[in-house]
Structures are given as structure tokens and as C-alpha cells.
Design a protein around this ligand. Structure first.
Ligand code: ADP
Ligand code: MG
Length: 669
């Protein structure tokens, strides 16, 4: 409201754009620009693409009233290479202002044909305009481009009188950055596209630097004291009792955990490993170590199926060593829950595996020392913090099956240390991957049958179907069709998200126990399900999934020593889909796949919207701006090395920016 032209009503409307202050307005960056610096001759202007031309008004045609509430205004322009008719709907005011013989810029899309070119509702500016590149902002009802542009101009004046520069000089020099003043002016009204690029780079740098500083400070803040100090005790009986030899990666990850938990600060570690790399065994090792030190472990899984599975696996590893494991899920009866909870509270159980129910405040632990979350990208930073709030500042271990590029991991898990499981256990064979169209479906079925005949099991996955999406196969009727048709001689199970947890568990149990041969399923099998005898997976409508998700699904097979296959069916074989699926058949390296996925879809999609729990970024795009990202990370590290709390005077501006960015995130949750 302190801006000229912004009253109470407009300021309320602006709030819808998240603009509450003059500062916010300056950070309401353009989503695009109209560039008048290089207009094209009307003769050469392309059809149906955005373009800018320059011409003078030859004549204005009489307005046509089409019906009540719809008037059409037309005017003829020329630039002496060709003529152009512009069509304006209803905006009588804009039409009236056009002066015959005066020159204007027109920006829009050309329609019509070579003999009669038209431009509908173009943006019109006098050719003597002082800012040849005009910003285009995201709007909301009641706010126009013209109004926003004028308001930003006014805001820039205020800014001019109060210039500040949050970055120390040497950092600007080292990273070849322009001043904030230049950046803010030129992001809104750039002199040309070069200036715009320079401005953007500076603002992206600022944003990523601020985010990285914030994440690193969060990490150091959690390093208060070890709430659950542990002693270095021997766990060779654990190693000895495992049915297999651990990989070098698994061993060193467990070592990392042990040295964290015996250190001066609470552990805050991420185990990153591709599907099938054996993260559960690492969790078991850490839990065993905590138990020997007299502490309990909580393991939280995103779904009941996974909680159940972890419970079984951990019991298998730990019960022989006399370590009692409990399962706690939302679908248990009140009586069962009560019993288990009592066991946890009294310390009978050393390890508690569960879903969110475990997080609920009602669950008390006897002596919680370690909190493990599996498949962490399904949990937000807040949930992570909430679990950590239980007990006396317990150690935290996060297991992620989504391999993400290192730079991005540093940003998203900047508050965590990272161990990577690089290799898969010995004896694994790469999953042969084929992409085919639906025409080959019968052949695919025969191929699957060969596996089943050899005693293996298989999955057929199709995306979860809403009733309304009639063009897709409903998973229920699809399963019915298969079990009565192509697979009538086999035992077919059905699993989908709308089943009760008890039903799901029964179906999964049957499949694990090889009571069924083929499991027709929606994506509920996506994460983590482990049935080593399953060796073939068919994915219907595979174009509907992201690459990382397909890689996860594919990871359901090839977990034993059998040769396995993954068949991707799509009827939507566009060039782009083909390109994506080809990446998948070309490599089984999850890191490479996620990098490609990131390039194709951006980080938002990658983690499911907002699930990574980071503050919203206004201008930076972590998948595109990777060079700046790296530079910002280096800078953040060296700044904090010299000044861990950003307490020095020259860092006051940065400190303010960090607080601003993270305050917003906290008040969102
Ligand atoms: P993920 O990392 O995908 O969670 P899991 O922990 O489910 O993988 O392990 C995948 C499979 O590999 C399981 O059946 C597990 O028992 C087995 N496994 C884990 N570690 C090893 C190993 N070192 N050698 C052989 N098999 C292993
Ligand atoms: Mg797993």
C-alpha cells in the first residue's frame, strides 16, 4: 500500500500472487519477456509463433458490435514490406488510443494467410518506448500487466533510494556476479537479452546460495550434543549370523553409522543406494549396534506392506541374536496395538517397525536411541524432525531408494551426511528391458508364461485407475480378464491401492509364499517390495510413469540370481516417450537414470510436488542451473567455514536472506 497506485483492494489482490511487501514485488520475477529490440519485417513474420513486428497505423476500421458484450475493433498496419490487420476484442480504450501514422510495436501470433495476415489481441507499444524489453508477469484476476509493470517501476524507485548489497565484494568477484542493484533492475527491465542473462545468473546464485547456507546451518544446528552416546561395541555376531556376505558398501555404511553414533553429535545420515543394493541389512546392523548399547530403534516405512516386510526381514536378522522386534501399523486392532505399545514402552522390544502410527504421540519408547526412516522422499523434512523429537535427541538414519545426483543431494539432504551403496550384491544379473507397443501384448503374455513355467513369479503393473479414466484398463477387470484368459492355468493375484491394509497384506503374503504366480497390481508395489523369486515384470501404460519410477518398478525383479526381464508396454509411442524408454533399456544405473529424469522433468516432479520439503524457489531451477548450483555450494561451504553462524557484519545481508527464506517454510508447515 506504500506504493503509488496500490490501495487496499489491490494490495489484497496482490497477496494472491504472494506479494505482500515491496520486497516481494521486486522478487515477483517476470515469467517471460516481450523483446522489441529485434522486430521482424511483417513480410517474413512466422505464422502461429510469438513474434514482434514494427509498423504504423494505416487506417482504423469502424468497430463491429457482434452481440451484446462483444465488440471487435480492427486496424490496418504496414511496415512497407507487407500489411497486417490487428483484431482487438472489447478493448475500446486501447483502440481509441491508436494514432494513425504513428509507429508501434506489435507482439503476438500471426494468423491468416500470405494475402491477409492478422494478429489477434496483440500487445501494442509506441515504437519510441523507453524499455525495449518488456517483462511479462504471472497475473491473477484484477491485476493487469500494465499495472504490475508500473508498480514494479515504482518499487524500483524506492529500491534505488535504499540500495543494499548482501554479497561481500570478494564473492561477487570470484563468481563474476553483477551487483544486486543491476540484477534487480535488469531482471525486470533489461536493456537487452544479454543484460537479462547476467541479472538472472546473479539472482539464481543468490537464491541457491541462501538455500545451501540455510541447509548447512540446519545441519550444524542439530549438532548440539550426543543425546544418546554409544560405546564402540563388537557386532561380529551380527555379521556372522547373516545368510550372506555383506558388500563392501554395506560394511562401510554400517561403519559410518557406528562412528557417527559413537561420536560427539547425534547421527544425521542418509544411506543412498540403488534398488536392490541391500539397505535393509545396513539398517539391521545399525539397530543391532544400538541394541548392544541399550537403546531402542524405531524404523518407519511409508506403507504397511513395507513395514510388514521390514519387520520380517529384521526379525530374521535380529531375533536369532536375541533382539526382539515389534510391528506396529495403523490397521492392527486397538487391542493388538495396546499390547505392542506396552512392550515398546517397557523395553521388551528393542526394535519397533511401523508406519506413521509409530510417529503418533501416543507411542512412547523406553529408551529410543535410533530413528530410521525408509524411502525418505515420501516423508517431508517436518516428519523427519518430528520423529527425531521423540526420545532424547536420537540418532537418525534415512534410507533413500531414489538415487539422486550428488549436487542435488547436497541441497535436498543438505542437513544430512551421506553414505552411498555403490555396488549391488554379487550374482545379480542386469534386468533385460524391452519397450513394445500393445500390439505385441499376446507375445508378451507368452513370454511371461515361460518364466512362470520355470517356477518363477511375475508382476503386471498398470497405473491406478480412477473410474473416470475410461480409456485406461481398470486394474480389476484387467486382472479378471487375465485370470480367465491368457493366464487361466496360473494363479493370479490382485493388488490395488483401494484395498484395506489387511487385504493387501494377505495378497502380498500369498505372493511371497508363492501361493500365486502372477501379481496384477497398481503402483503399490513400486517401492521396496522384495520377492527374490519374481523374475519378470510387465508395465502397462509405461509412458505414464517417470523414469525413476520405472526404474523403481523394474527393481522389483532381478533381486535373486535368476535371469530377469522388464517389458514396458506403451501405445503412446511418441518421439519423446521413445527417447525416455530407450534410456531405461540402455542402462541399469539409477544415478544416470535419475539425472536424465531430472533433465526431462525437473526436480518438482522428481520427488512428487513439494515432498522434498524445501522452501519454494522463485527463480532458480536446480535441474537447469547446475553450474551455478555448484558454485553456490562451494561458496556456501567456504563462507560457513570462516563464519559458521553468519555473525560477521559483512554477512548480515546473507543472514537476513537465509532467515527470510526459511521463516517462510516454517510458517507453511
Ligand atoms: P533395497 O536396498 O532395495 O532396500 P533390500 O534391502 O530389500 O534392498 O535387499 C534386496 C535383497 O538383497 C534382499 O532380498 C536382501 O536379502 C538381499 N541382500 C542384501 N544384501 C545382500 C548381500 N550382501 N548379498 C546377497 N544378498 C543380499
Ligand atoms: Mg528397501
Amino acid at each position: 500500500m506504500y506504493l503509488k497506485g496500490v490501495g487496499e483492494k489491490r494490495s489484497e489482490t496482490l497477496e494472491k500472487l504472494d506479494v505482500k511487501t515491496v520486497y516481494d514485488l521486486l522478487r515477483h520475477f517476470p515469467r517471460a519477456y516481450v523483446d522489441f529490440t529485434s522486430p521482424v519485417p511483417i513480410r517474413d513474420a512466422p505464422f502461429n509463433e510469438p513474434c514482434t513486428v514494427r509498423g504504423r497505423v494505416v487506417k482504423k476500421l469502424p468497430p463491429a458490435r457482434i452481440r451484446k458484450g462483444l465488440s471487435i475493433f480492427k486496424a490496418v498496419f504496414t511496415d512497407d514490406t507487407a500489411d497486417l490487420v490487428i483484431v482487438i476484442y472489447n478493448a475500446e480504450y486501447a483502440f481509441k488510443n491508436l494514432e494513425t501514422d504513428r509507429e508501434y510495436f506489435l507482439a503476438g501470433r500471426l494468423t491468416g494467410n500470405l494475402l491477409r495476415k492478422e494478429m489477434n489481441s496483440p500487445q501494442i507499444y509506441p515504437a519510441d518506448i523507453s524499455e525495449p524489453v518488456q517483462p511479462v508477469y504471472r497475473l491473477t484476476e484484477g491485476i493487469t500487466q500494465a499495472f504490475l509493470r508500473q508498480s514494479v517501476r515504482n518499487a524500483l524507485e524506492i529500491f534505488d533510494r535504499n540500495i543494499y548489497e548482501p554479497l561481500p565484494k570478494e564473492i561477487m568477484r570470484e563468481n563474476s556476479l553483477c551487483s544486486l542493484e543491476y540484477a534487480v533492475k535488469n531482471i525486470h527491465f533489461p536493456a537487452d537479452s544479454h543484460a537479462c542473462g547476467i541479472a538472472k545468473r546473479r539472482l539464481v546464485f543468490d537464491e541457491l546460495l541462501t538455500l545451501q547456507l540455510g541447509m548447512l546451518m540446519l545441519k550444524s544446528r542439530s549438532r548440539r550434543r550426543a543425546g544418546c552416546p554409544m560405546k564402540r561395541l563388537d557386532i561380529s555376531d551380527f555379521y556372522g549370523s547373516l545368510p550372506f556376505e555383506l558388500t563392501a558398501g554395506q560394511r562401510s555404511a554400517i561403519e559410518d553409522c557406528i562412528s557417527d553414533m559413537t561420536g560427539d553429535f547425534p547421527m544425521n545420515r542418509l544411506i543412498q543406494g540403488d534398488v536392490g543394493s541391500g539397505k535393509t541389512a545396513v539398517a539391521a546392523g545399525a539397530a543391532c549396534f544400538a541394541h548392544k548399547n541399550g537403546f531402542q530403534t524405531a524404523l518407519m516405512a511409508p506403507t504397511e506392506i513395507l513395514a510388514e516386510q521390514h519387520f520380517e526381514t529384521l526379525s530374521g536378522f535380529l531375533e536369532p541374536l536375541g533382539i526382539k522386534v515389534a510391528l506396529l501399523t495403523g490397521s492392527m486392532t486397538a487391542k493388538q496395538k495396546k499390547l505392542v505399545k506396552e512392550g515398546i514402552e517397557s523395553g521388551v522390544y528393542s526394535v519397533a517397525v511401523g508406519t506413521h502410527a509409530l510417529v503418533q504421540k501416543t507411542t512412547g519408547f523406553y529408551k529410543l536411541g535410533l530413528v530410521i526412516t525408509d524411502e525418505q522422499h515420501r516423508f517431508g523434512v517436518e516428519q523427519r524432525a518430528m520423529l527425531a523429537g521423540k526420545g532424547d535427541d536420537p540418532h537418525r538414519l534415512v534410507m533413500s531408494a531414489t538415487p539422486i545426483p550428488r549436487t542435488l543431494a547436497m541441497m535436498i539432504y543438505g542437513d544430512l551426511d551421506i553414505s552411498v551403496l555403490k555396488e549391488l550384491p554379487k550374482g545379480r544379473q542386469p534386468v533385460e528391458t524391452y519397450a513394445v507397443t500393445g500390439k505385441l501384448r499376446e507375445r508378451v503374455y507368452n513370454y511371461v508364461k515361460k518364466y512362470l513355467d520355470e517356477g518363477r513369479q511375475g508382476y503386471i503393473v498398470c497405473p491406478m485407475i480412477e473410474e473416470s479414466e475410461s480409456e485406461l484398463q481398470d486394474v480389476k477387470s484387467y486382472a479378471k480378464k487375465l485370470s480367465e484368459g491368457a493366464f487361466r492355468d496360473y494363479r493370479v493375484g490382485l493388488l490395488h491401492g483401494k484395498m484395506s491394509s489387511a487385504e493387501k497384506e494377505r495378497v502380498m503374503g500369498d505372493f511371497k509364499g508363492h501361493m500365486t504366480d502372477l501379481l496384477v497390481s497398481t503402483t503399490v508395489v513400486e517401492v521396496g517390495v522384495d520377492v527374490p523369486n519374481a523374475a519378470v515384470i510387465v508395465i502397462e501404460n509405461s509412458d505414464r510413469f517417470g523414469l525413476s519410477q520405472l526404474h523403481q518398478l523394474r527393481g522389483r525383479v532381478g533381486r535373486g540370481s535368476f535371469r530377469s526381464s522388464c517389458i514396458l508396454i506403451t501405445d503412446n509411442a511418441t518421439e519423446e516417450v521413445r527417447k525416455r524408454l530407450k534410456i531405461l533399456s540402455g542402462t541399469s544405473d539409477g544415478f544416470r537414470i535419475s539425472e536424465e529424469d531430472l533433465k526431462l522433468r525437473g526436480p518438482g516432479d522428481f520427488f512428487g510436488s513439494r515432498q522434498h520439503g524445501l522452501p519454494d524457489l522463485k527463480i532458480a531451477d536446480m535441474s537447469q542451473d547446475t553450474d551455478v548450483l555448484r558454485a553456490a555450494q562451494e561458496t556456501a561451504k567456504s563462507i560457513l567455514q570462516a563464519d559458521p553462524g553468519l555473525a560477521e557484519k559483512k554477512h548480515a545481508g546473507l543472514r537476513e536472506q537465509v532467515e527470510e527464506l526459511f521463516k517462510r517454510k516454517l510458517s507453511d508447515s
